[in-house]
Design a protein around this ligand. Structure first.
Ligand code: PBG
Length: 325
């Protein structure tokens, strides 16, 4: 059937009709808010490249969590800024690690009403800023698996609800699954950063997390932005190794990867709309060049339309407020 019998504009006539035939929707439950936790008390150190985001000490982090819950955000993704760093990231593997402390405090105050997702990686904890142990100028895959597994176990012990490895070492999901299962955490899910690209969009995060590599870059472990078939191989392997949720990161320049994953696998998909995606919108809005709220909501719906079930975004709180109106 074609024009003039078919007129697609008929269903666009008014908002009720448009909403009735809307193919995609967005809920606060879909969103995860990333937070940065640092040592001390009463510390709120704004991240200049990510307006509205700060490094927070545990006491203030709890206040932020309370505000998130109030608007309907029920999940947070935690990153730590440790007191000191070392060659291998051992500082992230102990009971007193900064994220471990934060998770215990969150669990004590909010119990199961707030879901804690613990990022597992070494880059915030190593002196050189790379995601693992360096041998001959590059990150050694299999040595790094040991610290990653220890870090994951320690985070699970502290009460993390989901373990989210973001390092891109081969075999890490399997190693983490093994150590969790061996230690009574068989019910703790793994959200794997499966297709994580070596991206310029992480720039502002590295200021936020103080995790800029001191030499070289991450191209020997993160994916080449030119590749899509390889992302499917990464995802297939992570699922085989025991991932419960797979993640595509960044999101907006990789919506094709999200869609391809949706069409090829039947597993929950998380999209990480990263710091650069957030900061670009903030900067343009601050200049009066775009309508921030409209663009923010359009970004969210585009990730859902591409096939994301879960969206990790620094806009989470702001989006929830719009949804609550
Ligand atoms: C750590 C990690 C990074 C991000 C999340 N986990 C940075 C990186 O890989 O350099 C980026 C998040 C963002 O930009 O919002 N491995």
């Amino acid at each position: 059937m074609s024009f003039p019998i078919t007129r697609l504009r008929r269903l666009r006539k008014n908002p009720i009709l448009r909403n009735m035939v809307s193919e995609t929707s967005l809920r606060a439950e879909d969103l995860i808010m990333p937070l940065f936790v640092c040592p001390g008390t009463q510390i709120n150190k704004p991240i200049s490249s990510m307006p509205g985001n700060s490094q927070l000490s545990v006491d203030l982090l709890l206040e932020e969590c309370a505000q998130l819950l109030e608007v309907g955000i029920k999940s947070v993704l935690l990153f730590g800024i440790p007191e000191s760093k070392d060659e291998h990231g051992h500082v992230a593997c102990g009971h007193n690690g900064i994220v471990q402390q934060a998770i215990r405090a969150i669990k004590e105050r909010f119990g199961d009403t707030l879901l804690t997702v613990a990022d597992v990686c070494n880059c915030e904890y190593t002196t050189h800023g790379h995601c693992g142990t360096i041998v001959d100028g590059d990150v050694d895959n299999d040595l790094t698996l040991v610290t990653l597994a220890n870090q994951a176990l320690s985070l699970a012990h502290s009460g993390a609800d989901i373990i989210a490895p973001s390092d891109m070492m081969d075999g890490r999901v399997q190693k983490i699954r093994e150590i969790l299962d061996l230690n009574g955490f068989g019910q703790t899910p793994i959200m794997a950063y499966s297709a994580k690209y070596a991206s310029g969009f992480y720039g502002p995060f590295r200021e936020a997390a103080e995790s800029t590599p001191q030499f070289g870059d991450r191209r020997s472990y993160q994916m080449n932005p030119a590749n899509s078939d390889e992302a499917m191989r990464e995802i297939a392997l992570d699922i085989e190794e025991g991932a419960d949720i797979v993640m595509i990161k960044p999101a907006l320049s990789y919506l094709d990867i999200i869609r391809r994953t949706k069409d090829s696998f039947n597993i929950p998909i998380a999209a990480y709309s990263v710091s650069g995606e957030f900061s670009m919108v903030k900067a343009a809005a601050a200049n009066g060049w775009i309508d921030e709220e409209r663009i923010m909501m359009e970004m969210m719906i585009s990730m859902k339309r591409a096939g994301a079930d879960i969206i990790i975004t620094y806009f989470a709180k702001q989006v929830a407020k719009v949804l609550n109106r």
